[in-house]
Design a protein around this ligand. Structure first.
Ligand code: PLP
Length: 349
């Protein structure tokens, strides 16, 4: 038997993953030896995956969604870039994305041999004017971020989607982390009323599903068809996913988490997390730190590197933004008493 203890979340303030909800853990265990990558041989997990995609569609207000449960946001973002590249009517496809776009888009660009053009932010969000300026006739994809990794900010999605549409490009929304919070905020757009083509929404982040469970959604099947390859030795004939064999545990865990928590459990999580983020932001401000106002439950503040290092030595798992700010993600495992104890430790410095 392994002697190591699994992760104790008691001091983890940096992660976008969390303790899976118990029914999701049990479901993942039951389907551990199934492969949704071969639906002909494993029809039951394939059926569960369809239900999981339908639920992701319900959460994002997309009727008849196409998509699948990916390994995570990185795979979903790579696939969104791949869809756009494969459809583009140019030899030099370009992805236009705000500077806040997750580094997975840079991996995608390198792997798929597309140019990525990033644009400056205004108030930590994409600036539609800067995006418009970056778009040209080679633009295959415009990325909007709905819950940025560093600041939790939501881009003006409808404006970016319109810009993409007008340029004949696709629009991909990266809601890998934000997607399970957005239904409970007052944002005024959704898949149903903005010309969004694809979206990343990861059950293994705020969806409280076990890893690996990312989500790629597409407005319709034809978008996924450009990813199709033939799979001669499997019982099913084609595959659109990036990986071959996939984890049935990820699919079953994602479905169980969503069936358990959507919508009331996710609403409770969101309200508790936002209350915690607002409380922490106020506490930090009272101590003289500059804080980026939390739009979703993520708090960034200009705490110095030496203090961050000292808190890490006390066992706190905290991270920094690219600009060096302290970054705390209020995930479901992050309680008010954890945050009180963190602030008490901060007061030593
Ligand atoms: N997109 C966003 C907005 C993220 O915050 C992250 C990870 O934190 C990713 C994509 C990548 O997700 P993963 O680490 O599951 O591949």
């Amino acid at each position: 038997m392994l002697e190591a203890t699994p992760q104790d979340f008691g001091r983890v303030l940096s992660s976008m993953c969390t303790e899976p909800c118990p029914p999701a853990r049990a479901a993942a265990d039951r389907f551990l030896a199934t492969n949704p990558g071969d639906p002909g041989t494993y029809p039951e997990i394939a059926r569960l995956e369809e239900r999981a995609v339908d639920l992701l569609g319900e959460i994002t207000e997309l009727a008849d969604p196409a998509g699948y449960v990916a390994t995570g946001g990185t795979e979903a973002n790579i696939q969104a870039v791949r869809i756009a590249r494969n459809r583009a009517d140019t030899d030099d496809p370009v992805v236009v994305a705000p500077e806040s776009a997750h580094f997975s888009f840079h991996k995608a660009a390198a792997m798929l041999d597309v140019e990525i053009r990033t644009t400056p932010l205004v108030d930590y969000r994409a600036d539609p004017d800067a995006i418009a300026e970056a778009i040209d006739s080679d633009t295959a994809l415009v990325v909007a971020v709905a819950g940025s990794t560093e600041f939790g900010r939501v881009d003006p999605v409808p404006a970016l989607a319109e810009l993409a549409h007008d340029a004949g490009a696709l629009c991909h929304v990266d809601a890998a982390w934000g997607g399970f919070h957005l239904p409970f905020t007052d944002h005024d757009w959704s898949f149903s009323d903005a010309p969004i083509d694809t979206m990343t929404i990861d059950p293994h982040k705020a969806g409280q599903a076990p890893i690996p469970a990312g989500g790629l959604l597409a407005r319709d099947e034809s978008l996924l068809e450009v990813l199709e390859v033939e799979t001669p030795y499997l019982e099913s004939s084609t595959q659109v996913t990036l990986t071959g064999t996939r984890s049935g545990a990820g699919v079953a865990g994602a479905l169980a988490a969503m069936e358990t928590l959507w919508p009331d459990g996710y609403r409770d999580n969101h309200e508790r997390a936002m209350a915690n983020a607002t409380w922490l932001a106020d506490e930090l401000r009272e101590r003289g730190y500059e804080v980026v106002d939390p739009e979703l439950p993520l708090v960034a503040a200009d705490v110095s590197q030496s203090i961050i290092d000292a808190l890490r030595r006390r066992g706190w798992r905290i991270s920094r933004t690219g600009a060096g700010d302290l970054r705390i993600v209020c995930m479901p495992h992050v309680t008010r008493s954890m945050l009180r104890s963190f602030v008490a430790d901060l007061d030593w410095y």
